[in-house]
Design a protein around this ligand. Structure first.
Ligand code: 5RP
Length: 227
């Protein structure tokens, strides 16, 4: 069940779970994917501690790339590096099967590509992100600008309430619809169905390829939820 946390408590938990994720960068010459968001920002700030074990870093957003570069990392393109050993990223919601809603920060497409290209996907969240059923958090759908209204009508037909994310352009030059009120009882099917709509780049369900392990920060420590 989702528990609301004040910002200070939540930031302390985000830092704690980011620290726990460092233990997964535990072999020499690892190829590491880095996600996007405030939880991942804590991870990036701690990443120099394990820099000697990292052979290549790939980033899921321009924002994470800038932060990594500030810490002295050279960020590589996924196409240069090939598949990755590990991807570490946050989430907006996580269910008991490590299926996720992502894209609150708008980086969902690059995040999904890197998740699929990685041997292990470690999701890092604080306990407020845990839910029994996905869908309280509005589902982000990245669309080509010319398809926005068309996709929005399809989302209404599916029972959702799409809201155009105003004044926001993704790193891919596209737009986001945040779809409220979806009952996500079958996240695998819904992820596929939405991705079939022409003009959809991708949606923020990470169910076909969910996390392999989720690290959940609580005031009592970090809980590990394996798939
Ligand atoms: C960005 C994401 C983030 O992982 C998600 O929004 C969680 O962010 P935060 O750690 O700031 O709560 O999917 O597209």
């Amino acid at each position: 069940m989702t528990r609301k946390l004040d910002k200070e408590t939540q930031d302390a938990l985000k830092k704690k779970v980011a620290e726990a994720a460092l233990e997964y960068i535990n072999l020499p010459r690892m190829r590491v994917g880095i996600g996007t968001g405030s939880t991942v920002n804590f991870l990036i700030d701690l990443l120099p501690r394990v820099a000697e074990r990292i052979d290549a870093v790939v980033s899921s957003s321009e924002a994470s790339t800038r932060r990594l570069e500030k810490h002295g990392f050279k960020v590589s393109e996924l196409s240069e590096v090939g598949d990755l050993d590990i991807y570490i990223d946050g989430a907006d919601e996580c269910d008991p099967h490590n299926r996720l809603i992502k894209g609150g920060g708008g980086a969902l497409t690059r995040e999904k590509i890197i998740a699929w290209a990685s041997d292990k996907f470690v999701c890092i969240v604080d306990e407020s992100k845990m839910v029994d059923v996905l869908g309280d958090f509005p589902l982000p759908v990245e669309v080509l600008p010319m398809a926005r209204s068309f996709v929005a009508r399809k989302m209404v037909a599916a029972g959702g309430m799409p809201e155009y994310r105003q004044d926001f352009v993704t790193d891919n030059g596209c737009q986001i619809l945040d779809v409220h009120n979806l009952k996500i009882l079958d996240p695998v099917a819904l992820e596929s169905d939405i991705n079939q709509i022409p003009g959809v780049i991708t949606n923020g369900l990470f169910a076909l390829r969910g996390a392999d392990v989720t690290l959940i920060a609580t005031p009592d420590g970090v809980r590990v939820q394996e798939s």
